[in-house]
Design a binder for this molecule. Structure first.
Ligand SMILES: Cc1cc2nc3c(=O)[nH]c(=O)nc-3n(C[C@H](O)[C@H](O)[C@H](O)COP(=O)(O)OP(=O)(O)OC[C@H]3O[C@@H](n4cnc5c(N)ncnc54)[C@H](O)[C@@H]3O)c2cc1C
Length: 346
């Protein structure tokens, strides 16, 4: 176990803000994870689990304990009837894994191309984009349960997946460390063209290959600064900063009334509820693309991304987050929930 001291966390995140970790350990195996957890416990160090750092706002004061960076690698493949199962180490880069599945002609995660972070990070918030989410293809998640220090396999239904949530970021937060994730993808399956942007991209009646869909998604993401490009300050972010709020029919009508009855965009969310567009709410509340507040702002290409234009602090990000939330609350009476995880804040 290689324990490093006073390690800057900002470079390990896509936002590039935040202070130091008092200690940092990179775990390349389940045994490394176990040993590091034991070490943190016996030294009374608060533990934080770091994946690719793409969904985090790290406090300027940093993390007072031990940051455990999950770097468990390895992909194994096995055929099972018309499915191919991929068992993937939690530290593998997500987009590299998607590229591999497409190269193997396996459908199921192609529209999740270009999302930064690790494979182990994807079940945490049930990553989704352009018509797919990982809940549809994950069959099991191998975890270390911290209370018992036992390695367990959780089946899909035990993970409690829903829109941007799972047990890992809600009811059982802090209970498990994800070690490996198994996906079952459809060998020779067709690409999912369900999302409006993709329907617009491909002519009606066409049947693009998985690779064409992957390329299209990456191109669309690039146009919205949702693909990480080094030195592009519009993507120095944590992606979408707020979740799309789910409201009942009465609340929807109330929102519509506040924009003179013009129908706000909505998506079915089950149980008679609808999902509103957080981006639309933000824009309607007066926060436009390209807005600037010193070193932070809103992406020029995506109204839902708070960005670090260079030299920002976590406090700057928090101030703009609070300003946007207050604006949307005042205009629509809706409390926007942030999507990223806040690390090291009181
Ligand atoms: C430009 C950009 C675009 C994005 N687009 C999308 C998108 O389209 N859809 C989407 O859903 N998300 C999107 N995101 C958010 C982010 O990429 C995903 O949530 C990603 O899965 C986070 O994984 P990570 O490895 O970076 O996790 P981190 O950011 O390192 O961690 C996030 C949370 O997961 C926990 N965690 C991470 N790994 C483990 C593990 N092995 N075991 C237990 N807990 C763990 C952490 O403790 C933390 O609570 C985007 C982000 C950016 C910067």
């Amino acid at each position: 176990m290689d324990i490093r001291e006073n390690i800057p966390l900002a470079p390990l995140t896509t936002f590039k803000v935040g202070g130091n970790a008092r200690y940092l350990v990179e775990a390349r195996s389940a045994d490394d994870v176990l040993a590091t957890v034991e070490y943190a416990r016996s030294n009374h160090l608060p533990l934080f689990i770091l994946g690719g750092g793409s969904n985090l706002v790290v406090a300027d004061a940093g993390w007072p304990g031990l940051v455990l960076k999950i770097a468990i690698g390895g992909v194994s493949e096995r055929d099972n009837a018309d499915k191919k199962e991929f068992e993937v180490g939690a530290g593998e880069d997500w987009d590299k894994f998607v590229a591999l599945t497409v190269a193997r002609n396996c459908a199921g995660v192609e529209t999740l191309s270009g999302i930064p972070g690790t494979v182990g990070g994807t079940p945490v918030q049930n990553v989704g984009a352009y018509g797919q989410e990982v809940a549809e293809t994950i069959t099991s998640v191998r975890v270390l349960e911290l209370a018992t220090m036992q390695v367990r396999d959780l089946g899909n239904s035990e993970c409690g997946f829903a829109y941007r949530t799972s047990i890992f970021n809600s009811s059982e937060r802090g209970r498990y460390i994800v070690l490996r994730v198994t996906f079952a993808l459809t060998l020779g399956g067709t690409a999912r063209i369900a999302y409006a942007d993709l329907k617009k991209y491909f002519p009606e009646g066409s049947s693009p290959s998985l690779q064409q869909v992957r390329d299209a998604v990456r191109e669309i993401r690039l146009s919205k600064a949702m693909l990480i490009v080094p030195n592009d300050d519009d993507c120095r972010s944590a992606g979408s900063f707020f979740k799309n709020p789910i409201v009942d029919a009465a609340k929807y009508e109330e929102v519509a009334a506040r924009v003179n009855g013009n129908a706000p965009p909505k998506y079915p969310a089950g149980d008679g509820k609808v999902k509103l567009s957080a981006a639309w709410l933000v824009e309607q509340s007066g926060f436009q693309k390209g807005l600037s507040r010193g070193p932070v702002g809103i992406s020029r290409r995506h109204s839902l991304a708070i960005v670090n234009r260079g030299g920002a602090t976590a406090a700057d990000i928090l101030a703009l987050k609070n300003e946007v939330q207050a604006g949307v609350r005042d205009k629509f009476g809706i409390e926007l929930t942030p999507e990223p995880v806040f690390v090291g804040f009181e």
